[in-house]
Design a protein around this ligand. Structure first.
Ligand code: NAP
Length: 302
């Protein structure tokens, strides 16, 4: 293996330690801690496990964490009223609505009802606009793209003037990370190309990339011969390709694969993220960072 492994699991620990230290300092000086509420509607098992992980992480960091579980038949009106309650709750700095919501609820309406200054997911149109403007305007970069940028920075990869190719143009990964990498500033200032299913020659674009960020959701989409020798490869894809019995727990777990043919790519790339254990652990970490930031904005110390 020639590529350096960029491990999200290790970077996560570094960042969580930093957050914990800041939380302790703010508690000492200002007598407050960040507050995060997670609103879960219904009993979707995947949603329950995501929310549990978020709450556990918030707890570990010393945040005030509230898990607000609502019945699957809650009306849209009641859900909007709940959001309004947390918008006005001084102890809450971050509001997170776990998706998906039941079909009778207008997801967009609910997400747009969150106070943009408590929108730690960074999906509110106001925060999307702030991200587009860049610089000091940015409050809450969306968590997965923020995690990707943080990994690139901490891996010591040069971004200024780098050719960045982003595979995928979703609102949660592709578009925001492309926008972040083209801004002037640390961990950015790159020349960015975004490719998608309408792109004529995917391979030709990927081959130019000094930093290749792949978020397509297609296992092994990126072939080793598409990778420029020495490039930094960030594989965002999480694809379930089968099941296996865990040696640790004896439970049946999913076999996960990224969008890049990892085994072959690691012989060509300069650095690469594994799947699992790469970008995955960064999303919740950056959610915590955004929640801390929200409190810091409120205290005027951000
Ligand atoms: P998405 O909304 O499905 O978007 C996929 C994008 O990839 C689309 O823009 C699509 O192009 C493009 N694409 C798909 N197949 C392609 C192909 N053959 N050639 C070129 N472009 C192609 O996906 P997403 O939500 O961004 O997620 C992408 C992957 O990242 C998924 O595997 C997801 O599970 C994973 N993910 C991981 C994390 C995490 O680790 N924390 C977070 C979010 C997502 P069109 O626009 O033309 O259709």
């Amino acid at each position: 293996m020639s590529a350096k492994l960029i491990k999200g699991t290790e970077i996560r620990e570094e960042i969580l330690e930093e957050i914990m230290a800041e939380v302790a300092e703010i508690k000492d000086k200002h007598g407050v801690v960040p507050g995060l509420v997670t609103i879960l509607v219904g009993e979707n098992p995947a949603s329950i496990s995501y929310v549990t992980l978020k709450i556990k992480t918030a707890h570990r960091l010393g945040f005030t964490e509230v898990q607000d579980t609502q019945p699957v038949d809650i009306s849209e009106e009641d859900l909007l009223a709940l959001i309004d309650k947390y918008n006005n709750d001084e102890s809450i700095n971050g509001i997170l609505v776990q998706l998906p919501l039941p079909k009778h609820v207008d997801e967009k309406k609910v997400l747009n009802a969150i106070d943009p200054d408590k929108d730690v997911d960074g999906f509110h149109p106001v925060n999307v606009g702030r991200l587009m403007i860049g610089g000091d305007e940015v409050k809450f970069p969306p968590c997965t793209p923020a995690g990707i940028q943080e990994m690139i920075i901490r891996a010591g990869v040069e971004t200024k003037g780098a050719e960045v190719v982003v595979v995928g143009r979703s609102n949660i990964v592709g578009k925001p990370i492309a926008n972040m990498m083209l801004q002037k500033g640390v961990g950015a200032n790159s020349t960015v190309t975004v490719v998608h299913t309408g792109t004529q020659d995917l391979a030709a674009h990927c081959k130019r990339a000094d930093i290749l960020i792949v978020a397509a959701g297609v296992p092994d989409l990126v072939k080793p011969e598409w990778i420029k020798p020495g490039a930094c490869v960030i594989d965002v894809g999480v694809n379930r390709v089968g099941e296996k019995v865990s040696e640790k727990t004896g439970k049946t777990i999913a076999i996960l694969k990224g969008d890049v043919d990892f085994d072959a790519a690691k012989e060509i790339a300069g650095s690469i993220t594994p799947v699992p254990g790469g970008v995955g652990p960064m999303t919740i970490t950056m959610l915590m960072k955004n929640t801390l930031k929200s409190l810091k904005f409120k205290l005027g110390i951000a």
